[in-house]
Design a protein around this ligand. Structure first.
Ligand code: FES
Ligand code: FES
Length: 923
C-alpha cells in the first residue's frame, strides 16, 4: 500500500487560524491532542460511541474521533479550550460548576460542547431539547441530572453570584478541582507523558483458555527498527504475579505459556508508536492451542475439566459463611415462607477514561503517573513485582476519569514500570476501549438462592442465602465479595436467624472484582423480592412490612453486632411513605385505563458497612503551612470524581478554623501524602474525613499553643505568595498574637507547621460463624421507583424515583446528590440493560449503559442520624446509592405486570417472555 501523502489543511480553531501539513486521514481528536497539545478533548472509545470527543464544527456538535482532519478545510472549529475567556468561565461552564455537573470530569468537555451547540442555536431550549442535545455523550458518574439542570440554568443571561462564605461543612461549596475540569486543563492519565516516551502495546489472548508459544520475536525486531524490545514473562525478574491480597498474587503480568481468560496479557511490545502498532500477531509467530474453557458456575463445579488454577482443584477460590441461631427451626415455626433463585450478569464499570499512564526511571527509583484508586497499593504491588523496595516507587496519580472499583486493581502500572526500568527510557501506554473492557474486572455474576420467613404479624423470623459468585480466572476481589455478602444479604432488617453461604468460583471468564457494593447489590435483589412476597402473603403493605422490620438502635445485626448509634433506616423508609402511597394509587388508576402499557411502583433497601470488612483500615492525612503562608492539604484519599478533594478541604477548613478558599491540595502522590488507604468500600468520607478533621484540629492546637492564645481564638492567615513571610494572626479576648511563619524552621515539604490526623475505625475479626463487629458504622437507604412496562414489547421505562439515605451528616449536599443520582443510573443499568458478554459486548457500542434519555426524575431525601465516630457525624454514601435501585425497579416491574424477573438484566426479551409464560391476561 502506498504511503498517504501529507496535505495542507487550513481551518479556524477557537477563533485563531491554523494551517497544518498532515496525513488527511488522521483522526482530528489525535491531531488536537498530539499535534496541537489541546488535550481538553477526551477520547473514551475512538469509535463514535461515548461522545467524550465532542467538538463544534461550524457550530454543529461532531465527534472528533470520527472526523478526518482532511475534512476540515475552511471550517470553524471550537473545542473546550475555546469556551473560557481570559481565564473566566463562560456562563455555561459556571452553571456546570455551580450545579456540580462535573464529577470525574472526563465527559465534561464533550457535554459542554454538546450543550453549547444547542444554546447557540436555541438560547432558551426546552428540557426535551436539552435531553436530545446531550444524548450522544455518555456520563458514567452523574446520572445526568445535574448536567441537565446546569444546561437549563445556562438559559439565563446571568447567574446569581455564588455565596463565597458557603464553604463550611454542610455547604454546597463548588469543587476545588472543578474549574480545571471545565476548561480542559485537568490532566488525566492519557493527557501527559514525557516527549521522549516509548509506546507500549500489549498483545492479549483471543481465547478464554489456551496454550501459546512465541516463535520468532528476533525476526520482528530485525524487521522493525523502531521496535525496541518485546517483553515476555521471561523478562520479569521479580514475582510475575499480582493481586489484591498479600497472600494471593495469582494473576501474571505477562502469561507464562498458558492463558486463563480472553484478554489476558501475553506480550508487551515497546518502541516508537508507529512501529509498535504496525506489528501483527502473525509477524510475532504467536501460535495458540485453544483449550476447552470453564464457563459459568455449573461448569466450575462439575469437575469435568482441569481446574482453572492447578492448585485450586475444585475451583472454589474462597467461601463465606455466617450462622446466627437456627434457621431450620425458625422456618419450621414461620407463618409463611418465600423462596427463589436468581442469576445476574457480568457488569462493566464503564468509566469513560480507559486506563493509561507512563513510568520513568529517576536514579534508582521509578515514577509512575497513572489513573488509580489506590496509589499506595500500586506502590507495593509494583515493588514486589519488580523486586524493588516500596520506597523506590513513586506513584503520581493523574486526575481519574471514573473508577467505581475498577481502578483498584492494577492495569498499565506493572507493564510500563517493567519496560521503563529495563530500558531506562520513559514508557507510556494507553489502553484502547476494547482492551480496557476485555482486560479489566467486572461486577461478579452470581447464581443465588434465598429463603425468608415471617410470623403472622409480619415480623421476619429467618433468612437463608446461598450465592455462587463467578470470580473469573483470577482472585481480584473475589474473597472480599464472598466475605461481605453474608453480612449484608438479609438487608437492613432485624432477622433473628440467619444462615448465609457464599463461594467465589474460578472460571475462564473475565476476572470479577470490586464494583460499587462488592456483591451486595446482587444479594439485595433477592432480599427485596422475598420481602415483597412475604408482605403479599400476609396481606401487608410492602413498605409497612419493611418499616416494621427495619433495623433500629439497640438491634443486633446478623453478625450479632449491637447497633447503638446512627441507624436511620426507619427514617429513610418513613420519609418515602407519602410518595409510596400516592404513586401506587396513581399507578393503579393508570392501569385501569390502559391495556398495553402498565405502571408499577417498587421499593428497594440498602445497608452497607463503611470500610474494610473486619480489617484494620487506617487513614493518615496531613495539613501544612509554609513560610509564605501557603496552606496545603496533603490528601492521600483519591478523588475519582466523588469529591474527596473538596470535602476534605471543607472538613479541614472547619477543624482548623481557616477559610477553604486559602487551601491548596495535593492528591495521592506517594512522595508527598501519607497513606489514606484506597478509595473503595464507601470509606473515604468516613475514615479519611475523620483523619482530616483530626489533622486540622492538630494543626490548630499547635497554633494555639505557639501563640499562647485561648482555645476558641479566631485564626487569620496572611499569605505572601511572592517574597517575605506569611503570618498567622491569632485573635482571642487578650488581643492579637502574630506568628511570623518564616521565623519557624521548615519541616517536610518546606512546611513550618504540620498537623497530622490518623483514624482507624474500630472493628473486630469474625469467628467461625461470622459473628463479630466487622464495621464501625453502616449507612442506610431506600429507593422507590415507578416504572412503565410495554406489555407487547417488554420494554421498561423508569419514570420517577425517590431516594432516601441516612449518611450521618451531609458534608456537601451537591456532592452527595451527585453520588445518589450517579448510583441510581448505574443501578438502573444493572437492572435493565447492562450485560458484559465476551466477544459480544466488548465495546461501548454493543455494551449498553444508560444515556441521558434513560434517566427518571429523581427526588432525594437526606437523613442525618449522626455517627459519633465520623467527621462531624458523617458516614459513606458511594455504594449505598446504588444498592436499592435495581431491587426497586424489579419490584416495580412485578407490581406492573405480576411477573418476577429472575435473571438480570431485565431486557425486553426477558420481560416479554416472562409475561408470556405467566399467562397473565391484560386484555
Ligand atoms: S472518543 Fe469519540 S465518541 Fe468516544
Ligand atoms: S463526570 Fe461524566 S463520566 Fe465522570
Amino acid at each position: 500500500m502506498s504511503k498517504i501523502q501529507k496535505t495542507t489543511v487550513s481551518f479556524t480553531l477557537n477563533d485563531l487560524p491554523q494551517t497544518l501539513s498532515v496525513n488527511p486521514l488522521c483522526r482530528f481528536s489525535d491531531v488536537l491532542r498530539k499535534d496541537l497539545g489541546l488535550t481538553g478533548t477526551k477520547v473514551g472509545c475512538d469509535a463514535g460511541d461515548c461522545g467524550a470527543c465532542t467538538i463544534l464544527i461550524d457550530g454543529e456538535q461532531r465527534y472528533a474521533c470520527l472526523t478526518a482532519i482532511g475534512q476540515l478545510e475552511g471550517q470553524k472549529i471550537r473545542t473546550v479550550e475555546g469556551l473560557a475567556k481570559n481565564g473566566d468561565l463562560n456562563l455555561l461552564q459556571q452553571a456546570f460548576l455551580d450545579e456540580g455537573a462535573a464529577q470525574c470530569g472526563i465527559c465534561t468537555p464533550g457535554m459542554l460542547m454538546a450543550a453549547k451547540s444547542l444554546l447557540d442555536r436555541t438560547p432558551k431550549p426546552t428540557e426535551k431539547q436539552v435531553l436530545e442535545a446531550l444524548s450522544g455523550v455518555l456520563c458514567r458518574c452523574t446520572g445526568y441530572t445535574k448536567i441537565v439542570e446546569a444546561v437549563l440554568k445556562a438559559r439565563q443571561t446571568s447567574l446569581e453570584p455564588v455565596d463565597e462564605a458557603g464553604t463550611a461543612v454542610g455547604s454546597r461549596m463548588a469543587k476545588v478541582d472543578g474549574k480545571q475540569k471545565l476548561t480542559g486543563e485537568e490532566i488525566y492519565s492519557a493527557d501527559h507523558a514525557p516527549e521522549d516516551s516509548l509506546w507500549l502495546r500489549t498483545i492479549r489472548s483471543p481465547y478464554p483458555r489456551a496454550k501459546f508459544t512465541l516463535n520468532q520475536p528476533e525476526n520482528v525486531l530485525r524487521n522493525n527498527p523502531g521496535l525496541v524490545k518485546i517483553f515476555t514473562s521471561e523478562d520479569i525478574t521479580g514475582n510475575n504475579g499480582f493481586g489484591i491480597y498479600p497472600h494471593i498474587k495469582d494473576q501474571p503480568v505477562l502469561a507464562e505459556g498458558h492463558v486463563r481468560f480472553r484478554g489476558e496479557a501475553v506480550i508487551a511490545l515497546v518502541g516508537e508508536r508507529e512501529s509498535v502498532e504496525s506489528v501483527s500477531e502473525e509477524d510475532l509467530g504467536l501460535t495458540w492451542e485453544p483449550l476447552e474453557a470453564i464457563r459459568g458456575w455449573d461448569m466450575a463445579l462439575s469437575g469435568k475439566l482441569k481446574p482453572v488454577q492447578s492448585e485450586i482443584v475444585d475451583n472454589i477460590l474462597a467461601e463465606g459463611f455466617l450462622k446466627k441461631n437456627d434457621v431450620d427451626k425458625a422456618f419450621a415455626e414461620s407463618f409463611v415462607v418465600a423462596e427463589g433463585d436468581w442469576t445476574t450478569s457480568a457488569v462493566e464499570h464503564g468509566y469513560i477514561e480507559p486506563e493509561a499512564g507512563f513510568a520513568r526511571k529517576v536514579g534508582q527509583r521509578l515514577e509512575i503517573f497513572v489513573c488509580t484508586q489506590s496509589p499506595y497499593m500500586d506502590q507495593t504491588e509494583v515493588a514486589q513485582f519488580l523486586g524493588l523496595k516500596p520506597e523506590q516507587i513513586r506513584i503520581i496519580p493523574s486526575a481519574v476519569g471514573g473508577g467505581f472499583g475498577g481502578k483498584l486493581d492494577i492495569s498499565v502500572q506493572p507493564l510500563v514500570a517493567l519496560a521503563a526500568w529495563i530500558l531506562d527510557r520513559p514508557v507510556r501506554c494507553i489502553y484502547t476501549r476494547p482492551e480496557s473492557m476485555v482486560s479489566t474486572t467486572k461486577r461478579h455474576p452470581v447464581q443465588m438462592s434465598a429463603k425468608a420467613g415471617c410470623s403472622k404479624d409480619g415480623k421476619l423470623t429467618a433468612y437463608e442465602y446461598h450465592g455462587d459468585f463467578n470470580t473469573g480466572a483470577y482472585a481480584s476481589w473475589g474473597p472480599t465479595v464472598a466475605d461481605r455478602v453474608p453480612i449484608h444479604c438479609s438487608g437492613p432488617y432485624f432477622v433473628p436467624n440467619v444462615l448465609a453461604k457464599t463461594r467465589a468460583l474460578l472460571t475462564n471468564e473475565s476476572p470479577s472484582g470490586a464494583f460499587r457494593g462488592f456483591g451486595t447489590p446482587q444479594a439485595a435483589i433477592a432480599n427485596d423480592a422475598l420481602l415483597d412476597e412475604l408482605a403479599e402473603k400476609i396481606g401487608m403493605d410492602a413498605l409497612e412490612f419493611r418499616i416494621k422490620n427495619a433495623l433500629r438502635k439497640g438491634d443486633r445485626t446478623p453478625t450479632n453486632q449491637l447497633l447503638e448509634k446512627s441507624v436511620g433506616q426507619v427514617e429513610c423508609l418513613e420519609s418515602l411513605k407519602s410518595r409510596w402511597r400516592k404513586w401506587r394509587k396513581e399507578a393503579e388508576i393508570f392501569n385501569q385505563n390502559n391495556t398495553n402499557i402498565k405502571r408499577g411502583v417498587g421499593c428497594g433497601s440498602a445497608w452497607y458497612g463503611c470500610g474494610n470488612t473486619s480489617l484494620s483500615n487506617p487513614s493518615t492525612i496531613r495539613v501544612g503551612i509554609n513560610g509564605k503562608g501557603k496552606l496545603t492539604l496533603y490528601n492521600g484519599a483519591m478523588d475519582i470524581g466523588q469529591g474527596a478533594n473538596t470535602i476534605m478541604v471543607q472538613i479541614c477548613s472547619d477543624a482548623l478554623g481557616l477559610p477553604a478558599s486559602q487551601f491548596e491540595y495535593v492528591m495521592g502522590d506517594t512522595d508527598l501524602t501519607a497513606d489514606a488507604g484506597k478509595t473503595s468500600a464507601s470509606r473515604q468520607a468516613f475514615v479519611s474525613g475523620k483523619a482530616t478533621q483530626l489533622a486540622g484540629e492538630n494543626l490548630r492546637l499547635q497554633i494555639i499553643q505557639l501563640s499562647e492564645a485561648s482555645e476558641n481564638a479566631n485564626l487569620r492567615l496572611e499569605q505572601n505568595k511572592n517574597v517575605g513571610s506569611g503570618k498567622l494572626i491569632v485573635e482571642d479576648e487578650a488581643g492579637e498574637h502574630v506568628i511570623v511563619l518564616a521565623d519557624i524552621l521548615p519541616q517536610s515539604n518546606g512546611d513550618v507547621l504540620i498537623g497530622e490526623g490518623m483514624f482507624d475505625p474500630p472493628t473486630t475479626t469474625l469467628d467461625e460463624n461470622g459473628q463479630g463487629s466487622p464495621y464501625a458504622t453502616y449507612g442506610f437507604g431506600a429507593h422507590i421507583a415507578e416504572v412503565e412496562v410495554d406489555i407487547l414489547l417488554g420494554t421498561t421505562k423508569v419514570l420517577r424515583m425517590a431516594a432516601a439515605h441516612d449518611l450521618g451528616k451531609t458534608i456537601n449536599p451537591t456532592q452527595v446528590e451527585g453520588q445518589i443520582q450517579g448510583g441510581i443510573a448505574q443501578g438502573l443499568g444493572m437492572a435493565l440493560m447492562e450485560e458484559y458478554i465476551q466477544c459480544v459486548s466488548e465495546n461501548l457500542h454493543d455494551y449498553l449503559m444508560p444515556t441521558v434519555g434513560d434517566m427518571p426524575e429523581i427526588e432525594i431525601i437526606l437523613i442525618e442520624d449522626p455517627e459519633p465516630l465520623g467527621p462531624y457525624g458523617a458516614k459513606g454514601i458511594g455504594e449505598h446509592a446504588l444498592i436499592p435501585t435495581a431491587p426497586a425497579i424489579l419490584a416495580g416491574i412485578k407490581h406492573a405486570t405480576g411477573v418476577s424477573i429472575r435473571h438480570l438484566p431485565a431486557t425486553p426479551d426477558r420481560v416479554y417472555t416472562a409475561i408470556k409464560e405467566s399467562g397473565n391476561n391484560y386484555e
